[in-house]
Unconditional design. Structure first.
Length: 243
C-alpha cells in the first residue's frame, strides 16, 4: 500500500511538472511577436539616424555620433543572435501517445494472462506497470523540457537587454545630432558641398530663398535702370529744320 501511495504521488507530481514546462514553452512563444516587432522598429529607425549623421559638423560631434551609432547597431546584431537562440529548433521530450500506451497495456495484459494471473490480479499488475512507465516518462520529459525552457528564457532576457541598450544608444546618437546642430553656426551647416538632414536642409533652403529671389530679379532690375536712364536723357536739339 505504501508503494502504491508513493507511486500515485510521484505520478501526480511529475505530471504537473510536465504541464508547467509546456505552459512555460507556450509563454515564451507568445512573447516572440513583441520582440520581433521591436527588432523591426530598429530596422526602420536606424537608417534615418544614419542619414542624419552626415549633417554633423565638427570632429568631436562626428566621432561621438559614429561611436553611438556603431554601438547601437552592434547591440541590435547581438540581440538578433540571441533571438535566433530563442527560436531555433530544440530537442523536446514528450510522453508516449495514446496508441502506444494502449498497445503497451494490451501487451502487459497478454503477458500476465499467459503466466496464469487471474483477471483481478492481472488488472492491478497492468495498472502498476503503466503508472511506473508514466512516472519515468513524465520525469524524463519534464527534466529535458525544463533545460530547454531555461535556455530559451535566458536568451529572451538577453534579447530584451540588448534591444533596450541599442535603442538607448540610438536615441543618444539622435540627441547628439540635435546638440551638434544647436551649437553649429548656420554658415557651417549650409556651406556648399555639405550634407544635412531634413530639418537642416529646410533651414538652409529658407535662408537661401531671399538670395535666390534677388539673383533672379537682378536682370529685370538692371533692365529697368537702363529704361529709366533713357527717359531721363535731355532732348537733343534738332538742326537743319526751319520753322
Amino acid at each position: 500500500m505504501a508503494e502504491t501511495k508513493t507511486d500515485e504521488y510521484l505520478s501526480a507530481l511529475f505530471a504537473d511538472s510536465y504541464k508547467r514546462e509546456l505552459d512555460a514553452d507556450e509563454a515564451i512563444w507568445r512573447s516572440l511577436p513583441f520582440f520581433a516587432a521591436i527588432l523591426g522598429l530598429a530596422v526602420a529607425v536606424l537608417p534615418s539616424i544614419y542619414r542624419s549623421a552626415f549633417s554633423v559638423r565638427g570632429l568631436g560631434w562626428t566621432i561621438a555620433v559614429v561611436l553611438l551609432l556603431v554601438g547601437s547597431v552592434g547591440c541590435f546584431v547581438i540581440a538578433g543572435r540571441w533571438f535566433w537562440d530563442v527560436i531555433r529548433l530544440r530537442d523536446y521530450r514528450y510522453p508516449p501517445n495514446d496508441v502506444e500506451i494502449l498497445d503497451y497495456a494490451q501487451t502487459l495484459g497478454t503477458f500476465y494472462q499467459d503466466i496464469g494471473k487471474k483477471a483481478v490480479e492481472r488488472d492491478g499488475l497492468v495498472r502498476d506497470d503503466l503508472r511506473t512507465l508514466m512516472i519515468g516518462e513524465f520525469a524524463d520529459a519534464a527534466t529535458r523540457n525544463r533545460r530547454n525552457n531555461v535556455a530559451k528564457a535566458k536568451a529572451r532576457s538577453q534579447v530584451l537587454l540588448f534591444v533596450m541598450t541599442g535603442f538607448l544608444l540610438a536615441f543618444c546618437a539622435e540627441a547628439t545630432i540635435l546638440l551638434a546642430e544647436a551649437f553649429t553656426t548656420p554658415s557651417e551647416r549650409c556651406r556648399p558641398g555639405g550634407k544635412a538632414n531634413a530639418g537642416s536642409a529646410q533651414n538652409c533652403r529658407n535662408a537661401a530663398a531671399p538670395a535666390k529671389a534677388a539673383a533672379a530679379q537682378a536682370p529685370y532690375r538692371a533692365r529697368g535702370r537702363e529704361l529709366h536712364a533713357e527717359k531721363l536723357q535731355p532732348a537733343r536739339p534738332q538742326t537743319g529744320v526751319t520753322p
